[in-house]
Write a protein that binds this ligand. Structure first.
Ligand SMILES: Nc1ncnc2c1ncn2[C@@H]1O[C@H](COP(=O)(O)OP(=O)(O)O)[C@@H](O)[C@H]1O
Ligand SMILES: [Mg+2]
Length: 269
């Protein structure tokens, strides 16, 4: 289904995480969105970050790609401190990171083909137009889209779910080591959601991709996650393996899993 990948058995080495977030604090104006976030992402694993809306989940992953700089603390990606490194180093790190934006952000002025081809044209000057076309069509088909038809369309001619899939095709076209998925299944029907989850798993298993998934979709979370983290009031209040998380005694997590209005999490607004 995917590129000629050799299957590698990945070792989950928690002592040597591929990504490490250390005492990350982020303040916007007077609002401290992230207080003290500490998280590791073992190489080859999938971690799901859960949390309330507006809690700062997207803010965390924007720090991983260096789109945001911490108020204090550090984010280290594959040995590079992306919070302090030069633009040139950051550009190099970003080549290895695929990022599926929450809104599936596409350049409106370009058709889907050119949107998906964009990272290749930026970073892979060695490829011919034919090679680019082959890769773009393959990635679009892989996400379940009718590549021939969709390639020529403008982003606003696609439904939300199709745009999300096209965004995913763009995120994986560089065959990145790390993929950040910001709400990959939100607004999608259960069957398409499952397709996206299977793709996440496929990329992890066949290519050893390290994935970070932000989602509200508990069912999809437990299908794909090796680890789950719960961000609450600016801190990670629970980080556990899939099984441990599911069987937790943490009352905050229990409330989150049950989706109940009753429990220690209070809504004031
Ligand atoms: N660039 C920004 N400037 C000011 N406030 C921001 C910015 N980005 C995010 N925020 C605020 O930070 C909070 C967390 O946002 P976000 O990370 O998008 O949450 P989540 O992804 O968990 O829903 C929100 O209150 C949001 O308004
Ligand atoms: Mg978000």
């Amino acid at each position: 289904m995917f590129i000629n990948a050799t299957k590698e058995k990945m070792e989950f080495d928690e002592k040597h995480p591929l990504i490490e977030i250390k005492h990350l604090q982020k303040v916007f104006g007077t609002k401290e969105v992230l207080k003290d976030v500490n998280l590791i992402f073992p190489k080859g694993s999938t971690t799901v970050i859960l949390g309330l809306s507006g809690g700062g989940k997207s803010t965390i992953i924007k720090h991983i790609v260096g789109l945001m700089k911490p108020t204090s603390g550090n984010v280290v990606v594959d040995g590079v401190n992306v919070s302090t490194c030069s633009e040139m180093e950051l550009r190099e790190v970003r080549k290895h990171i695929g990022y599926l934006f929450q809104d599936g952000a596409m350049f409106d002025s370009m058709n889907i083909f050119d949107n998906v081809a964009f990272p290749l044209r930026e970073h892979r000057k060695d490829l011919s137009e034919n090679e680019i076309e082959e890769k773009v069509m393959k990635m679009l088909s892989m996400t379940g889209l009718d590549a021939e038809r969709v390639a020529k369309l403008a982003p606003n001619e696609l439904s939300g779910g199709m745009r999300k899939r096209a965004g995913l095709a763009r995120a994986i076209i560089m065959e990145p080591k790390i993929i950040l998925y910001d709400e990959p299944t939100s607004g999608l029907d259960p069957i398409t959601s499952d397709l996206i989850t299977q793709l996440i798993l496929h990329l992890q298993k066949e290519l050893g991709v390290t994935s970070i998934v932000i989602t509200h979709d508990m069912k999809e979370s437990f299908k794909s996650a090796d680890y789950l983290a719960f961000l609450f009031e600016g801190e990670i209040i629970e980080w556990a393996s899939n099984e441990e998380f599911n069987n937790t005694t943490n009352p905050y997590v229990i409330q989150l899993l049950s989706g109940s209005g009753k429990g220690p999490i209070q809504f004031n607004d």
